[in-house]
Design a protein around this ligand. Structure first.
Ligand code: EPZ
Length: 422
């Protein structure tokens, strides 16, 4: 049965919230467990739907996987180099199994991931990277089949775009390749660095993490480790921060990696928001004032994250003045705009640019989440709007990245409940 949130807007937020571990770090780290053996505890992993899907795929591949409240335990050895369509089609990040499977088995077969609600999301950069490492890639009958029977061989790879997924997939393949791999124009996102740090604890030799050139010296094998702790989720943290600067009374957000969110803090300051205080791993937000319009350009890290674009748009909707938001990463990531219009926002779109004219208030209405971050943005809009908002598509989209978003906000005093729809 589909699930919705019913939100009674306008209640000020007060209290403490601790940010959970990064979903987008946990997923590739779980995939990378294929490269090792033994019993591995990955700590600070949120038991969200995408993590459960990744656990199911790993089980299919032959691993024993236990998803707990805050940890995933992985045991055993992978037995299959194939992943099934029904599971992979649920989640694009599962394509990041190709690199570790190829490295471990010399071959891998994964369903072609296809597009999704935010864009086409091609895989050409992943394919180009694997081919440079000596793999033969065939795309047939909806599957990507990679083969390197004589093993992978390190090479210099230039990525036309600093793709997060391609950088990680190539990194996972090349840690077991012969010789040195250099990834030029690599992604610098914290979730790439976290995976790199995990691989290093397995004994991989990697330099340049967090910069646009990554050097990997292949090893014959990696060792097993007992424990790794994932970084906090910067997008969840950013979402709580954006909600709290608009409607917080006094909110303390804990487990925040401040360095990962500098672009957000700078942009809030530019908009005249000064009701937040940064402490070590904490953000304290007190009171609310009006704010000005702002210009946002989503960019690869350390630029403003595309995964916070829908949420910052809600902020722009209530600014005094106009804002310009340019989505440079995904070609179709404005699906929340039509829904925000239903709440009384004034937004027009031209190509990848959204022009937002601030309005004094939003008014509750039924709206539909079309992807995870758009869904979170609509929840934030519902919290600040006057009256009742219903956000549909909670189980399909929002639950992919939040365990219990209604509890997170209810604990802060918001009026939000989950309902099942007949
Ligand atoms: C990761 O997706 C994240 N997913 C996304 O989070 C995030 O939005 C994105 O990075 C950008 O930061 C995970 O970490 C699991 P990309 P990814 O490859 O790796 C193009 C969320 O809401 N491209 O960096 O798939 C691509 O089309 C999600 O949690 C190619 O052209 O993103 C896009 O325009 C959504 N060819 C750009 O690069 C390729 O082969 C960046 O995509 C690969 C990508």
């Amino acid at each position: 049965m589909p699930e919705s949130f019913i939100i009674e807007g306008g209640h000020r937020l007060k209290g403490e919230i601790a940010v959970f571990g990064s979903k987008n770090s946990s997923l590739p780290i779980m995939a990378a467990s294929i490269l090792t053996g033994g019993k591995l505890i990955i700590d600070n992993v949120p038991p969200v739907k995408d993590i459960i899907t990744m656990a199911e795929i790993l089980r299919y591949i032959g691993l024993e996987v236990n998803v707990g409240e805050n940890q995933v335990i992985i045991k055993g050895e992978p037995k299959s180099f194939e992943a099934p369509y029904e599971l992979v089609s649920k989640m694009r990040a599962s394509f990041e199994l190709l690199g570790p499977l190829l490295a471990r088995f010399g071959e891998a077969k994964i369903p072609y991931p296809g597009g999704c609600r935010i864009g086409l999301r091609p895989i050409d950069l992943h394919v180009k990277g694997f081919e440079s490492l000596g793999a033969e890639i065939n795309i047939e009958k909806g599957f990507v089949y990679a083969r390197a029977k004589k093993g992978l061989k390190g090479n210099k790879i230039y990525l036309d775009k600093p793709s997060v997924g391609a950088t990680r997939n190539i990194m996972m393949a090349s840690v077991l390749a012969k010789g040195e791999t250099i990834i030029e124009n690599a992604a610098c996102e914290p979730e790439v660095v976290d995976l790199g740090n995990f691989l290093k604890t397995l004994g991989a030799e990697i330099e340049g993490l967090g910069t646009s050139v990554i050097y990997i010296t292949g090893k014959n094998e990696l060792k097993s480790i007992d424990y790794y702790k994932v970084i906090p989720d910067r997008i969840a943290a950013g979402s709580y921060i954006i909600a709290s600067v608009m409607i917080g009374k006094e909110v303390l957000i804990k487990n925040v990696e401040l360095d990962h969110l500098q672009s957000l803090f700078m942009k809030l300051k530019e908009a005249g928001v000064d009701n937040f205080q940064l402490k070590e791993k904490e953000v304290l937000i007190r009171g609310v004032k009006g704010w000005k319009g702002l210009e946002i350009n989503t960019m690869p890290y350390p630029g403003f994250p595309t995964d916070l674009q829908p949420q910052i748009m809600v902020f722009a909707c209530l600014a005094q003045g106009s804002s310009v938001i340019i989505e440079n990463i995904f070609e179709n990531r404005f699906s929340h705009v039509g829904e925000l219009l239903r709440l009384g926002a004034k937004i027009s779109i031209e190509g990848r640019t959204a022009m937002v004219q601030g309005v004094p208030k939003l008014v509750g209405a039924p709206v539909e989440a079309t992807d995870l971050r758009a869904g979170v943005a609509l929840v934030i809009a519902g919290l600040v709007a006057e009256g009742e908002t219903e956000v549909m598509g909670v189980d399909e989209h929002i639950d992919r990245g939040h365990v219990n978003l209604e509890k997170e906000f209810s604990d802060l005093g918001a009026k939000i409940k989950r309902v099942k729809k007949a």
